[in-house]
Ligand binder design. Structure first.
Ligand code: PGA
Length: 263
């Protein structure tokens, strides 16, 4: 399967929410209301590990795909508490979030561990969703672009063009995650444009032009259209608003509308 940004990509990161029973309920609602959207968008749900398998059983009849929230860089062994990419594949995952700011902030994730995780996911044929973003302090000090630059350089270290084509990028300003504050569309576009330019410089225009670059941070139905109308915004990584089927579907519809308008 090849990644393409010809359709908007909408992923719902459920974080540490939903028991198996609740996850089944949510994904059933999402599937029931999304059958007519599937051809115009890529939709992915990202439940906690415990719900991956049961959610996959429901998804297998529809078009919505499955992702995980993290992965370890070894395939198996004595690593108590970790989940390997083979296990994610076995549970039906096609995507995995790597380097989410909550992992970087609370669980010592570094650009180096991010890099190792990306490499293992790619070997297992799972598309990594690489998260990058600055803190409020860094933005105030006008260090946003240099922070993103370092995260990309170190996170993608040692990877070639073909591998880059299988990575999804998610710009998530940390100050906008779960805070209700959203980056203005122009702020998001500035960073997305930089990410694409950096990919073009290192891996060529072909690779850069088809890269999927998502925005994340308090995405909701009311701000999706304006964000996705920006030239370099190809979709959204949604946290809180993906926990409710109606708002997740509404976000997807708004994304499709925005994409139609910018074509
Ligand atoms: P949020 O989370 O939409 O709740 O801000 C986004 C994310 O962390 O991916």
């Amino acid at each position: 399967m090849n990644l393409t940004n010809q359709k908007p990509f909408i992923a719902g990161n459920w974080k540490m929410n939903k028991t198996v029973h609740e996850a089944i309920e949510l994904v059933t609602k999402i599937c029931n209301s999304s059958s007519d959207l599937a051809s115009e968008t890529n939709m992915v749900v990202i439940p906690p590990f415990t719900a991956l398998n049961p959610v996959h059983e429901i998804l297998s009849v529809g078009k919505v795909q499955l992702g995980a929230q993290d992965v370890f860089w070894e395939e198996k062994g004595a690593f108590t508490g970790e989940i390997s990419p083979l296990m994610l594949k076995d549970a039906g995952c096609n995507y995995v979030v790597i380097g989410h700011s909550e992992r970087r902030q609370y669980f010592n994730e570094t650009n180096e561990t991010v890099n190792r995780k990306i490499k293992t996911a790619l070997v297992t044929d799972i598309f990594p969703i690489l998260c990058i973003g600055e803190t409020l302090e860094e933005r105030k000090k006008e260090e946003t672009i240099s922070k993103i630059d370092t995260q990309l350089t170190e996170g993608l270290n040692g990877l070639g063009k073909e591998e880059i084509r299988n990575i999804i990028f998610a710009y998530e300003p940390i100050w906008a995650i779960g805070t209700g504050l959203t980056a203005a569309p122009s702020q998001a576009e500035e960073v997305h444009k930089f990410v694409r330019a950096k990919l073009a410089e290192k891996y060529g225009n072909d690779t850069a032009s088809c890269a999927i670059i998502l925005y994340g941070g308090s995405v909701k139905p009311s701000n999706t259209f304006s964000l996705l109308k920006e030239e370099n915004v190809n979709g959204a990584l949604v946290g809180g608003a993906s926990l409710d089927a109606e708002s997740f579907i509404e976000i997807t519809k708004e994304a499709i509308k925005a994409y139609k308008e910018k074509k």
